[in-house]
Design a protein around this ligand. Structure first.
Ligand code: P6P
Length: 336
C-alpha cells in the first residue's frame, strides 16, 4: 500500500477541528474537488475543444469579456455547490450578485462559497496556467431566512477555509482551514488528488518579483522606488531579482509560494484601488500565505484586516515572502 494520502483521507485524519465538524467540511471540499476535476478536464483540452475556448459575447460584472471557459468553470462550481447540501449560496467574480440555492437542503445549509472560478482565463488560448480561487464562510443570517450581502462581507478573518486549484503542468489543489497549508496533486489516470505538499512554508526571503512593469509610469513613487531596489546589484541579497510575471495570479502566487518571491498589484492611475478583488482573490490568498508564514498587505494594512463593503471591491495586493513584503512596505511607507 502506498504511503501517500488522498485528499479525502487527509481530511478524515486532520480536519476534526473544522467549525461545524469534519464531515461537513469534507462534504464541501469534496464538491470543490469534483468541480476542479470537471474544469481541469476542459482546461486541459481547450485547444481541441473549439466550442470551449475563446470569448462569449457577454461581459461579467467587472466589464471584462467572459471567456467561454470562465462561464463553464463558474457553472461547474455553482452546480457542484448547489447539489452539495451543506452550501447555502455562492458569490463569484462572474456574477453581479450572490447566487442563493433553493433546494430544501441548501435552505438549511450553514456554509457559503466565494470564488474566482477561472482566474487568468485570458491565458487559456495561449496555453498558460490558470486557476480557481475559493474561500468558505459560515452564514451569519438566520437559517431559513434569505441570504444577505452581509453574509458574504464578513471580512478576511471570518474565512473558515481558503484554497486554490492551479491548472498547470500538473493540476494541484491547495487549501487551509487555519491548520497549515497543504497541497494535493491530481493523478488524472485514476482521478485522485494525492497529498504532495504537506504543511507548505513560504521561504522567508526570495529572489523573484512579480509585477506588470508595463504600468511603471502609473505606479506610486514608493512602488517605483521598490522596483528599482529589486533591479539594483547586491550579491548578498540575490539582487537584481529575477522578474517573473505570467499574468495569471494563481500561477505567479504558487511559484512564489514554493520558491520565495513577491507579487505586487498596486494602486495605479489605471486601477486606483488596485485590480484584484478583495473577497475572492486577496482574502483567500492572504489566509493561505499567512499559514505558510508569508505576508499579505495592501502596502500598508494586513489584507485579512481590510474591511469590505461590496462583493466585487478591489484592493491593492503585496503578497509573498515576509522579508520581501516588509521591504516593499518600507518603500511604500516612506515614498507613498
Ligand atoms: P494585468 C488576470 O486577469 C488577473 O486577475 C490576475 O490573474 C493577473 O495576475 C492580473 O489580472 C494580470 O493583470 O493588468 O497585469 O494584465
Amino acid at each position: 500500500m502506498s504511503e501517500i494520502q488522498t485528499l479525502g483521507q487527509f481530511i478524515a485524519a486532520n480536519e476534526k477541528d473544522f467549525p461545524g465538524g469534519r464531515l461537513e467540511f469534507a462534504s464541501v471540499l469534496s464538491s470543490i474537488r469534483l468541480a476542479a476535476k470537471i474544469v481541469n478536464k476542459e482546461v486541459n483540452k481547450a485547444g481541441i475543444t473549439k466550442d470551449i475556448i475563446g470569448s462569449t459575447s457577454s461581459e461579467n460584472i467587472q466589464g471584462e469579456v467572459q471567456q467561454k471557459l470562465d462561464v463553464f468553470a463558474d457553472n461547474s462550481y455553482i452546480a457542484a455547490m448547489k447539489y452539495n447540501g451543506d452550501v447555502a449560496g455562492v458569490a463569484s467574480e462572474e456574477n453581479e450578485t450572490f447566487v442563493e440555492f433553493d433546494t430544501e437542503a441548501a435552505k438549511k445549509a450553514k456554509y457559503l462559497l466565494v470564488m474566482d472560478p477561472l482566474d487568468g482565463s485570458s491565458n487559456i488560448s495561449v496555453n498558460v496556467s490558470t486557476g480557481t480561487i475559493f474561500a468558505i464562510y459560515r452564514r451569519i443570517s438566520p437559517i431559513g431566512s434569505p441570504l444577505t450581502n452581509e453574509d458574504f462581507l464578513q471580512g478576511g478573518n471570518a474565512q473558515l477555509a481558503a484554497g486554490y486549484v492551479v491548472y498547470g503542468s500538473s493540476t494541484m489543489l491547495v487549501y487551509t482551514t487555519g491548520n497549515g497549508l497543504h497541497g494535493f496533486t491530481f493523478d488524472p489516470a485514476i482521478g485522485v488528488f494525492f497529498l504532495s505538499h504537506p504543511n507548505m512554508q513560504s521561504p522567508a526571503d526570495g529572489c523573484i518579483y512579480s509585477v506588470n512593469e508595463g504600468n511603471y509610469l502609473y505606479f506610486p513613487e514608493g512602488v517605483k522606488r521598490y522596483l528599482k531596489y529589486c533591479q539594483e546589484y547586491d550579491k548578498s541579497s540575490c539582487r537584481p531579482y529575477t522578474a517573473r510575471y505570467i499574468g495569471s495570479l494563481v500561477a505567479d502566487f504558487h511559484r512564489n509560494l514554493i520558491k520565495g518571491g513577491i507579487y505586487i498589484y498596486p494602486t495605479s492611475k489605471t486601477y486606483p484601488n488596485g485590480k484584484l478583488r478583495l473577497l475572492y482573490e486577496c482574502y483567500p490568498l492572504a489566509f493561505m500565505i499567512e499559514q505558510a508564514n508569508g505576508k499579505a498587505s495592501d502596502g500598508k494594512t494586513r489584507i485579512m484586516d481590510l474591511p469590505i463593503t461590496e462583493l466585487h471591491e478591489r484592493a491593492p495586493l503585496v503578497i509573498g515572502s515576509t522579508k520581501m513584503v516588509v521591504k516593499a512596505e518600507e518603500f511604500m511607507r516612506i515614498y507613498w
